[in-house]
Design a protein around this ligand. Sequence first.
Ligand SMILES: [Zn+2]
Length: 123
Amino acid sequence: MSGTRSGIWRAIWNGLLLRCPRCGEGRIFRTRWEMHPRCPACGLGFERAEGDFLGAIVVAYGVTSILIAAGAYALAALTELSGDVQVAIWAAVGTLFLFLFYRNMKGIWIGILYLMTGRSGSP
Ligand SMILES: [Zn+2]
């Protein structure tokens, strides 16, 4: 059981950095929007099922919500902006965040999927 916990974080961390959760060598994305079907280094399959896309959305939505909630509290505490202005700011930030970091969310989800499904039979 040694290294199990660090293995979990490493898989998610690799995903965040757009690297293969198993080997950390291969890249998940071939271009900005196109994924490799398998890890170029170790052959781990990245696109497992149709539901993968949904999982990435759930991760992205969750992370964005936490970010916006934390940011909104901080902004409300530190500034005197009206509610309308704050909503506009955070809607823009949320959209931008999703646009810029969608691949990283998807990478995290690939790491989670790997942890849930890819470990069987491997050391
Ligand atoms: Zn790999």
